[in-house]
Ligand binder design. Structure first.
Ligand SMILES: NC(=O)c1ccc[n+]([C@@H]2O[C@H](COP(=O)([O-])OP(=O)(O)OC[C@H]3O[C@@H](n4cnc5c(N)ncnc54)[C@H](O)[C@@H]3O)[C@@H](O)[C@H]2O)c1
Length: 344
């Protein structure tokens, strides 16, 4: 059995990646390290194959704790760093946790990958590192980095540290830069689950500024498939953009969700804009498409419809997160599994 360490595996993308790996790679065991911030939710992992999933509660920036994890789970076939503080608004309110996890945490992992001779390190990054681009420009992998907010700047810093480890120490590091994700288990501070929850409850849908901010949207399953394609078929030291080529403005996203819940457009409520809000992200992902044979399987309209249906069916998941009750789930999980949880 190959052991792969995934960080941030109780979050939105991390939990989907854990599920994707366990269901599609029977020879893989996952060591999932997450410190369970407000965005980490063990309920996202309910039902995964517990024989092949080891959960460790630890902070990736805590070098002694992570040293123990690397030692206890050696040899690791790969490390995939998904953990991050990930919400732009929170980074504007306070950048400190972003510096801690996204920058320091990445360096701690790089140091341990080198020390323990882990063959491959995959850094999950974002298209936000390229900053806002005027149409029709699309970022390619060597487009200059121009992060426009503290979150994006912390992710760009992590990318540069990862690339420096390639140059300085010859590590096999790979970076994925994906566009905006949607899908199951996304924390409802992010646009799509936030709007779904509010539309469901007949509340107003808050939209920043004029709502004409453009993002490329990709289903989280396609992002996870891209991460695995880069891990298994990518080249060391390379960056891969993972995009959908399916842009929508925030107002267009809101319109789809309102229609799905048969709610009137009068529920749209324009609120004061986010400072320094990047107008448009756009990436060219032909390097991954042509070089790895990866391409998204979900069309945006079908993916959004499936996602809305998922949140409609999983009302208790959404309600638990919105009420904070998911933290009680952690207590139960902890009590039942204190042999593996926190054992390191
Ligand atoms: N969501 C998107 O649209 C998107 C798009 C492109 C790239 N990304 C990148 O994907 C990654 C995951 O994003 P997400 O949306 O799933 O985020 P998320 O906020 O849903 O999950 C992050 C997870 O990391 C954990 N975590 C945070 N700090 C930690 C620390 N110090 N130690 C251990 N665990 C810690 C949290 O508990 C949580 O489980 C991030 O690196 C993000 O930059 C996200």
């Amino acid at each position: 059995m190959k052991k792969i360490l995934i960080t941030g595996g109780a979050g939105f993308i991390g939990s989907n990646l854990v599920r994707a790996l366990l269901s599609s790679r029977p020879d893989v065991q996952v060591c999932n390290v997450d410190c369970l911030t407000y965005a980490g939710n063990l309920e996202n992992l309910a039902g995964v194959d517990e024989e092949r999933h080891i959960f460790v509660k630890a902070d990736i920036a805590d070098a002694p704790a992570m040293e123990k994890v690397f030692g206890a789970h050696a040899p690791l076939a790969a490390v995939i760093n998904v953990a991050a503080d990930s919400h732009v608004d929170r980074s504007i309110a306070s950048a400190a946790p972003f510096i801690h996890t996204n920058i320091l945490g990445t360096q701690v992992l790089l140091d341990l990958v080198r020390k323990h001779e882990v063959p491959t390190f995959l850094q999950v990054s974002t298209d936000e590192v390229y900053g806002s681009l005027e149409p029709p420009v699309e970022a390619v992998e060597d487009t200059p980095l121009q992060p426009g907010n503290p979150y994006a700047a912390s992710k760009a810093a992590a990318d540069l540290l990862a690339l420096a480890a390639v140059n300085t120490f010859g590590l096999d590091v790979r970076i994925t830069r994906c566009c905006n994700n949607y899908g199951p288990y996304q924390f409802p501070e992010k646009l799509i689950p936030l709007l779904i929850g509010n539309a469901r409850d007949g509340k107003t849908l808050p939209i920043y500024g004029d709502g004409k901010y453009i993002r490329e949207w990709i289903h989280v399953e396609d992002h996870c498939a891209g991460i695995l394609a880069v891990l298994e078929s990518g080249r060391p030291g390379q960056i891969y953009n993972l995009g959908s080529n399916e842009p929508l403005t925030n107002l267009e996203v809101a319109a789809v969700i309102l229609e799905a819940f048969a709610r009137p457009s009068s529920l749209i409520h324009h609120v004061q804009d986010r400072p320094g809000h990047d107008r448009r992200y756009a990436i060219d992902s032909s390097k991954a498409r042509d070089g790895l044979g990866w391409k998204p399987q979900w069309q945006l309209d079908a993916g959004l419809a499936a996602t809305i249906a998922w949140y409609k069916e999983q009302q208790s998941w959404l309600d638990n997160v919105r009420s904070g009750a998911y933290r009680e789930y952690y207590q139960t999980w902890y009590e039942q599994r204190d042999r593996s949880l926190g054992a390191l």
